[in-house]
Design a protein around this ligand. Structure first.
Ligand SMILES: C[S@@+](CC[C@H](N)C(=O)[O-])C[C@H]1O[C@@H](n2cnc3c(N)ncnc32)[C@H](O)[C@@H]1O
Length: 364
């Protein structure tokens, strides 16, 4: 049975609509058939979208520089949702060059298929380092080092809300005439931890991500000491809930085409929402983290010297190719400004080099 029919059957059995977060969870992570659990090619030009490490090795090299600043010889790296494994390979390669390799590079990966792909990527490029890579299924205890999550928060299932009467209501997913449709749930939505806009018109639609916030709290409990780097598209609360953003941030990607319809290509298309970094920062502070910096991806990479890699490149063809990649990573019209970096720290007093040029933490 295909995933769309499985989800319809779940709704029919429950005899009521499911929350959008539950739908998104099934569509992305249902065993073997969810978008991230299944075997389809997702990343890169042959997939549905291109992430920063797929765009250029320089992304991972800059992250490695940030890791090198804070990693002590006994500390480790923990990467969440490592995609094709290319970011891990970039970071390990560059840390090797700096003679700053972590004792262990942990990858917490939910998908067995991606875990297999990551092993293949890293062992192909860095066979001598594959023994340092350890895959986890759950959060480790007493972790010390650097945690990295690139485009992971946006893949966590979010709730969709609509302004109606005096409050917000959840937009759930129902099955009517054998089709998946939006259905407003009956009770008003309230969550003291996640403030919502007060001055928006009826019909204003947006998202909240309870699971991402819960993840930050769980993460804080497993970290004893270290720095967390969260890189994703998103913004602070004021911008997230701007009155003009009245259709929310939900986006689906299928073969490089964006749409706002999560009910087509179920299990074969990516579904994402932008990150409300203020909600993440509030939870981080409540859970015992400090905010160690917040800026655009462009300024983070520039602070870490991405241009120096270009200047150091002697081969002209390669330099031209690298310049194109850098543009993609830093130009505002590409990934430079829509993507942000939020750094959290725990029991670590350090001024991170990635925020030398810009720190927008006051905007959170
Ligand atoms: C858009 S992909 C990004 C992949 C990769 N980080 C990159 O930049 O190419 C999102 C990834 O996040 C993973 N993910 C989502 N929630 C997660 C969680 N709670 N723990 C670990 N990985 C998670 C998904 O399985 C998926 O591999």
């Amino acid at each position: 049975m295909n995933l769309e029919q499985i989800i319809k059957n779940i709704i029919i059995q429950k005899a009521e609509p499911i929350g959008f977060d539950e739908f998104m969870n099934l569509a992305l992570y249902y065993p073997a058939q969810g978008y991230y659990s299944g075997g389809v090619q997702k990343f890169g030009t042959k997939g549905d979208f291109i992430t920063a490490p797929e765009t250029s090795d320089l992304f991972g090299f800059c992250l490695a520089k940030q890791c090198a600043q804070v990693l002590s010889p006994t500390q480790n790296i923990l990467e969440f949702g490592a995609g094709s494994g290319v970011l891990a390979a970039q970071i390990l390669f560059e840390l090797g060059r700096f003679n700053k390799l972590p004792s262990t590079y942990y990858i917490l990966e939910l998908s067995a298929e991606l875990q297999h792909r990551q092993h293949h990527t890293i062992s192909k490029v860095l066979p001598e380092l594959i023994d340092r890579v350890v895959w986890l299924k759950t959060l480790p205890d007493n972790f010390s080092g650097v945690v990295i999550a690139n485009e992971v928060l946006d893949a966590m299932p979010a709730k969709r809300l609509i302004k109606h009467d005096k409050g917000f209501y959840e937009l759930g997913v129902d099955c009517q005439n054998n089709a998946l449709v939006w259905q407003m749930l009956k009770r008003p939505y309230r969550n003291k931890k996640l403030p919502l806009p007060t001055k928006v018109l009826q019909g204003y639609t947006t998202e909240v991500n309870e699971r991402a916030v819960a993840w930050v709290d769980a993460l804080s409990q497993s970290i004893e000491q270290g720095v967390v780097l969260l890189i994703d598209y998103g913004m602070g609360r004021d911008e997230y809930f701007h009155p003009q953003r009245d259709e929310g941030t939900l986006r689906c990607y299928y073969q490089h085409k964006a749409s706002d319809n999560p009910f087509e290509h179920v299990g074969a298309q990516d579904i994402t929402t932008s990150v409300n970094f203020s909600d993440i920062a509030d939870q981080a502070l409540a859970s015992g983290f400090a905010i160690a910096g917040y800026c655009t991806q462009a300024m983070f990479l520039i602070s870490l010297g991405i241009e120096q890699y270009l200047l150091n490149e002697k081969d002209e063809h390669r330099r031209i190719a690298l310049a194109q990649q850098v543009k993609q990573l830093v130009l505002p019209s590409a990934m430079g400004e829509s993507f942000k970096v939020l750094a959290l720290s725990k029991n670590a007093q350090v001024k991170l080099n990635g925020f030398q040029e810009q720190d927008l933490a006051y905007k959170l």
